[in-house]
Write a protein that binds this ligand. Structure first.
Ligand SMILES: Cc1cc2nc3c(=O)[nH]c(=O)nc-3n(C[C@H](O)[C@H](O)[C@H](O)COP(=O)(O)OP(=O)(O)OC[C@H]3O[C@@H](n4cnc5c(N)ncnc54)[C@H](O)[C@@H]3O)c2cc1C
Length: 419
């Protein structure tokens, strides 16, 4: 079976891996000059089932209204009349009930747990190095009441098998000495011992090398423009370098996916949420965090990646623009300076922005679409794509092979932006 995988982010590369293992003749195409250069290159590095809460929740509408009035909330919207954003936003608001938030969170939890196992399985069997840290993540609180609320919120996950424990500031400092001096700022933390972190760009690059040994061809500098179709069958992929053909096509273009699916009448509900991210060289190892985590007040997330730290924050719905200005990084750098003042020379942080491919409900889109017998989807992984990629790709390979996936596919079925 000849299969073209569109997109060489973490989702496309893990898809290529599983399909090659199943004996497909795989070609991956990407507009960049290597794999993992867009959302995959900027994420905070968390592999975090305990961070899988759906963004569409009863608290979200209030936050969005505040952001429209200029408040610096963690989810922000720049008003736009883009019909796609309005349709997407309508679906997002419909998902903001407590029962929908619970259903969506549990679907993401199940996929995240499965995916984490698959991520480690690939890394172990194929010898993939990715700066992995497997001693858990810490969720920090600056206020007792917020910590109590955090523990209550986490009950949904603990009642479904996640292990989470409350830490005093002294206990936190024992598992990560970087917090020994943080007693004035932090009142305590929740430790998720089964969460982890790592560098998804490095993972993608090293897995690409293994995929090449399995016969996968990677073609870079190619932009996919549209599909050709006849009678419910994709007959070709038009690119800026000519038309390519295969038996099957897998759409894994992150925020670029809807442009291609719309060319054949399937408007999937994926829309970008911009996030800001810095990478910095650690200059004082003793003062830098050894575990990744999230500051639940500022919503800044971080991971150690070898001799570097990656730190990110913010979700801004402002279209496809990836531009940024120095003040966009104030929240990240203020939080980092406060928590780990001596870990790095904070003026040397390398700043960038990336686009999370968000679905309105939260679960990604995985499987065959309703309109074409040879077009498959693996996209819309939102704020959790590093965590969910390996499991999503294993699930898609099972679907294509006609095997029953380990995780129910129902929450991930191909959806439309207008319903
Ligand atoms: C600031 C930030 C922090 C995050 N933190 C975390 C985290 O801590 N943990 C976590 O699990 N997830 C996190 N994420 C989410 C995660 O990074 C994404 O969900 C994941 O990278 C999506 O992978 P992808 O392969 O679908 O998309 P991408 O990595 O964006 O890959 C898509 C690929 O498609 C290519 N492409 C697009 N359009 C075209 C076209 N027309 N033709 C050819 N090529 C095209 C692009 O070049 C790109 O290589 C974060 C994201 C951001 C932005």
């Amino acid at each position: 079976m000849r299969t073209i995988v569109l997109g060489g982010g973490i989702v496309g590369v893990t898809t290529a891996y599983y399909l090659a293992k199943d004996g497909h003749e795989v070609t991956v195409i990407d507009r960049q000059d290597t794999v993992g250069q867009e959302a995959t290159a900027v994420n905070a590095g968390l592999i975090a089932p305990a961070h899988c809460f759906a963004w569409a929740s009863p608290a979200a509408p209030k936050m969005l209204i505040k952001s429209l009035f200029g408040e610096k909330t963690s989810i922000r919207v720049k008003p736009t009349l883009s019909p796609r954003f309005l349709w997407w936003g309508l679906q997002f608001l419909r998902e903001c009930t407590s029962s929908r938030a619970r259903i969506n969170t549990l679907a993401k939890l199940e996929l995240s747990e499965y995916s984490q196992r698959k991520l480690v399985e690939i890394a172990t069997t194929e010898g993939i190095e990715y700066d992995g840290v497997n001693q858990g993540l810490v969720y920090l609180y600056r206020d007792e009441a917020e910590l109590e609320l955090g523990l209550m919120k986490m009950e949904l996950l603990t009642s479904h098998g996640q292990k989470l424990e409350r830490l005093s500031i002294e206990e936190l400092a024992r598992i990560d000495p970087a917090f020994a001096g943080a007693g004035d700022t932090i009142v305590g933390a929740i430790h998720a011992p089964n969460d982890a972190s790592g560098n998804s760009e490095k993972y993608s690059r090293n897995l690409m090398a293994r995929c090449k040994e399995l016969g996968v061809e990677f073609k870079f500098g190619i932009t996919a423009e549209k599909f050709l179709q006849k009678d419910g069958h994709i007959t070709g992929l038009v690119t800026d370098h000519g038309t390519m053909t295969a038996d099957n096509y897998v759409l894994a273009l992150g925020v670029g996916s809807p442009f291609l699916s719309r060319s054949v009448g399937q408007d999937i509900p994926v829309y970008p949420a911009k996030g800001f991210s810095v990478t910095i060289d650690i200059t004082n190892k003793a003062a830098a965090p050894t575990l990744g985590g999230v500051d639940e007040k500022t919503l800044v997330a971080w991971s150690p990646m070898g001799d570097k730290l990656r730190i990110s924050s913010t979700a801004q719905f402002s279209g496809y623009d990836k531009s940024h200005k120095p003040s966009d990084f104030d929240n990240i750098l203020n939080t980092a300076r406060e928590l780990w003042p001596d870990a790095a020379d904070w003026d040397t942080a390398r700043m960038t922005a990336g686009l999370r491919p968000m679905t309105p409900d939260g679960p990604p889109i995985i499987g065959k679409g309703p309109k074409h017998d040879n077009l498959y989807y693996n996209t819309g992984h939102g704020h959790m794509g590093w965590t969910m990629a390996s499991g999503s790709s294993a699930m898609l390979a099972d679907i294509i092979a006609g095997r029953t996936p380990e995780v129910s596919t129902e929450p991930f079925k191909v959806r439309s932006i207008r319903k």
